[in-house]
Write a protein that binds this ligand. Structure first.
Ligand code: FAD
Ligand code: PHB
Length: 401
């Protein structure tokens, strides 16, 4: 078995693993990444689209802003539409000037991979049989196969950045982690369409046919979502049905609004779930991003949380390598979880406020409309939504140079 050594062994080349490797390299800390998919696959996987102000800031501060600043769409607000009427939530005026950026997760991933490779970073794509070993003593190892050959990476710490379905979390012995889980009786049918975005900003709509979200990736690419059943089969959603349902769920009372249609390039159904494990660490294995927690996408928090985790992990690893200080490593889980639970709360709240739950009683339906009415008419309520949507402030300085 071929063996190499590094300081941090990272499993997963999604936003969490790649950004961690990038931030560590800037601090002079070495890492090696292993990823079971191909480079093309991870660079083309369409997922998140909204970057919080703090995510934009960290990408800018660490030399990753060049293409993002040119190609991202900066949004000053969102629209919430119900009863056929739209209501705008203006972020800068409610949050002291904060905004969000619409820039696809796969674009962030492309920028990160390019930066790592340009800096001499090591990413092993298309590996198999990945395992994490000996992380409860001081010499953890990642083992994997590449082109049939067995390999081992000896390291000081392992970062489990392998997403919700990865192997790191399940490698932690039973009885250590507590999982907090909630499933929702709905899923999202998402499409990527070659069509002009319906509006300059995102539109979240609630109707008695269900929820819809009109988002985008560029001035010519729309990203559109419909609430559907988790058991729904994509084969039952031909393109015509998708467009008709989008038109119905986004119609305004005056009948003037139309979603511009175009060829559908991709479609898929994603179930919705809230999930957290505590703690986010065992021995020398640290979980970050979706490996430790997932949120329903309504609050646009998943990728931003992954970024926040690796920011916290970087600070802790820098304190360890520069000063031999293990305090921050010991606090890693608790520091991350404070933010994670607030993002869980916000994502759950946005989800339950905006989706149609067919099991709701007539009382709950009226309460839901009252909530939408309140959140779009009270400045106090709008400020709370805006503060969470643009991203809560960090309580510690960023470890960047
Ligand atoms: P991932 O991106 O899942 O990366 C994990 C990586 O590990 C993958 O590359 C995977 O291939 C690899 N891997 C898995 N198993 C192994 C293994 N055994 N060995 C090696 N490698 C492995 N978030 C937002 O912030 N804003 C949004 O607007 C938003 N919208 C979303 C819309 C949809 C439809 C979906 C599905 C998600 C959305 N999210 C959003 C969530 C966001 O995409 C995730 O939270 C984000 O991808 C988490 O990043 P990660 O690096 O932790 O995990
Ligand atoms: C997206 O553009 O993919 C997107 C935007 C906002 C969300 C979720 C997804 O809340």
């Amino acid at each position: 078995m071929a063996s190499t050594r590094t300081q941090i062994g990272i499993v997963g080349a999604g936003p969490a693993g790649l950004l961690l490797s990038h931030l560590l390299a800037r601090e002079g800390i070495e890492s090696i990444l292993v990823e079971d998919r191909s480079r093309t696959y991870v660079e083309e996987r369409i997922r998140a689209g909204v970057l919080e102000q703090g995510t934009v800031d960290i990408l800018n501060q660490t030399g990753l802003g060049e293409r993002m600043n040119r190609e991202s769409l900066i949004h000053d607000g969102i629209e919430i539409r119900f009863n056929g009427t739209g209501h705008r939530i203006d972020f800068p005026s409610l949050t002291g000037g904060k905004r969000i950026a619409v820039y696809g997760q796969h674009e962030v991933v492309k920028d990160l991979i390019a930066a790592r490779l340009a800096d001499g970073g090591v990413i092993h794509f298309e590996v198999s049989d990945v395992s994490v070993n000996d992380f409860t003593d001081t010499a953890p190892k990642i083992r994997y196969r590449k082109a049939g050959e067995g390999n081992e990476i000896a390291c000081d710490f392992i970062a489990g950045c392998d997403g919700f379905h990865g192997i790191c979390r399940p490698s932690i012995p039973e009885g250590i982690l507590t999982a907090y889980d909630r499933e929702y009786p709905f899923a999202w049918l998402g499409i990527l369409a070659e069509s002009t975005p319906a509006a300059e900003e995102l539109i979240y709509t609630h109707t008695d046919r269900g929820f819809a979200l009109l988002s985008m990736r560029s001035p010519t690419l729309s990203r559109l979502y419909l609430q559907c059943n988790p058991e729904d089969d994509i084969a039952r959603w031909p393109d015509d049905r998708i467009w008709e349902e989008l038109q119905r769920r986004t119609a305004t009372a005056d009948g003037a609004f139309r979603v511009p249609e175009g060829p559908i390039l991709q479609k898929g159904i994603t179930p919705m779930r809230s999930f957290v494990v505590e703690p986010m660490q065992h021995g020398r294995l640290y979980l970050a991003g979706d490996a430790a927690h997932i949120v329903p996408p309504t609050g646009a928090k998943g990728m931003n949380l992954a970024v926040a985790d690796v920011r916290t992990l970087t600070t802790a690893l820098v304190a360890f390598y520069k000063n031999g200080d293990v305090t921050r490593l010991g606090e890693y889980s608790a520091r991350c979880l404070r933010r994670v639970w607030k993002a869980q709360r916000f994502s759950w709240w946005m989800t339950t406020m905006l989706h149609l739950n067919r099991a709701d009683s007539p009382f709950d339906r009226r309460r839901q409309i009252a909530e939408l009415d309140y959140v779009t008419s009270s400045e106090t309520a709008m400020r709370s939504l805006a503060e969470n949507y643009v991203g809560l402030p960090f309580d510690d300085p960023v470890a960047v140079n």
